[in-house]
Design a protein around this ligand. Structure first.
Ligand SMILES: C[C@H](O)[C@H](O)[C@H]1CNC2=NC(N)=NC(=O)C2=N1
Length: 113
């Protein structure tokens, strides 16, 4: 499991640093199942999880929502039958902060619970 799961999100202010071009590949290696996507010009991290039915996807959705509240950092969640798509980015800086990588790693860790 990525050591990112041992970290805690810090308050993300508008002047917080975006992940640099040098840091990006190093952090991506720690969350290999996530894909960087650009939406509306904003770099984001995305992963879809598959489940056997709606209820299982919904239960995982709720775990991710609890994680978000605990971290004070909030993803976009798309709940579908047998599938949850999780997208992390930092609204305040319109891009990726280390918080997003911490939350992506912690989202993966929820699967193992
Ligand atoms: C005051 C509060 O902590 C902020 O508005 C937080 C809430 N959750 C957040 N979540 C995300 N993803 N990005 C933010 O910039 C953000 N800001």
């Amino acid at each position: 499991m990525s050591e990112l799961t041992t970290l805690k999100c810090e308050a993300c202010r508008a002047d917080a640093p975006k992940v640099s071009d040098d840091e990006l590949p190093v952090l991506m290696r720690q969350i290999p199942d996530w894909t960087p996507v650009v939406r509306d010009g904003i770099l984001q991290l995305e992963r879809s999880y598959k489940f056997k039915n709606f209820r299982s996807a919904w239960a995982f959705h709720n775990k991710v929502a609890e994680l978000a509240e605990a971290e004070g950092h909030h993803p976009a969640l798309l709940l579908e039958w047998g599938k949850l798509t999780v997208t992390w980015w930092s609204h305040s800086i319109k891009g990726l902060h280390k918080n997003d990588f911490i939350c992506a790693a912690k989202t993966d860790a929820l699967l193992a619970e």
